[in-house]
Design a binder for this molecule. Structure first.
Ligand SMILES: [Zn+2]
Ligand SMILES: [Zn+2]
Length: 248
């Protein structure tokens, strides 16, 4: 699969995917929240620089590098962001007993974070946010009781690029009923996966502090650019439909 530039968006990897510009709110941003690079995730076949270049070719405003139990140095992601002119935000995908968790706002991995309660404590005390990754995937852990979900996560990844669930499907409905936010992430491990799904925000998302703030406020929506996916965002222009639970 060539990694060269797409001149006008036609041809090349991802050309069968929906148009990101059509889904972006005026003044808003569209980011792929779930990406693995080969430098820090052994199961990924795409280098971070190539991944970010593909995000640019897809028309995304940025990506989050959410490596398995590992995190990029801040200086490295900033250099990538400066080089390509899009947001490159560092997070982690932490393995816990309840499954995989996307974490934003922590500075480093440590083994104690594999306990979901220790992880939550650390994230709350350091002012971060957590997203329950691919809840539809079985076998990564024992899912939490539904009543515990709003205390553990700011959002659920209701659409994952490796699974066929839709933006208004079972997990999206459950997230809404539980009062948590809904995200989508491609779970990138290869070049064509970049931007097949993404999360839309009503304002620019230049850094991790902004993404944490918007995740806590549930000011985001899942977007599915795969054939047949839905990527309209009209409700994001409205105030949130529910009041986020105060738990800090
Ligand atoms: Zn995972
Ligand atoms: Zn992943």
């Amino acid at each position: 699969m060539p990694g060269g530039a797409n001149h006008d968006g036609a041809g090349g990897p991802g050309s069968e995917l929906g148009d990101v510009a059509e889904a972006r709110l005026p003044g808003g941003a569209v980011l792929d929240l779930h990406c693995h690079s080969s430098e820090r995730s052994l199961d990924s076949g795409v280098r971070a620089e190539v991944l970010v270049a593909q995000a640019v070719a897809r028309g995304l405003d940025g990506v989050c590098l959410t490596e398995h139990n590992a995190i990029w140095p801040e200086a490295d992601v900033r250099a990538l962001a400066d080089l390509y002119g899009v947001s490159v935000i560092r997070g982690m995908e932490v393995n816990t007993q309840v499954g995989h968790v996307l974490v934003f706002g922590l500075d480093r991995y440590r083994p104690a974070l594999s306990d979901i309660h220790r992880l939550r404590e650390a994230v709350v005390s350091e002012g971060g946010a957590m997203v329950w990754a691919h809840p539809m995937r079985l076998g990564d852990g024992s899912p939490p009781a539904w009543r515990d979900v709003p205390d553990l996560f700011e959002a659920i990844e209701v659409v994952n690029g490796d699974h066929s669930d839709q933006v208004d499907g079972y997990w999206a409905t459950l997230a809404e009923e539980l009062g948590v936010g809904r995200t989508a992430g491609s779970d990138v491990h290869s070049l064509p996966a970049v931007g097949r799904v993404a999360t839309g925000f009503p304002e620019p998302v230049p850094d991790v502090e902004t993404i944490v703030r918007l995740l806590k406020a549930h000011r985001h929506a899942p977007l599915d650019f795969r054939p047949g996916g839905a990527h309209g965002l009209p409700h994001l222009a409205e105030p949130p439909q529910y009041t986020p639970r105060e738990r800090h």
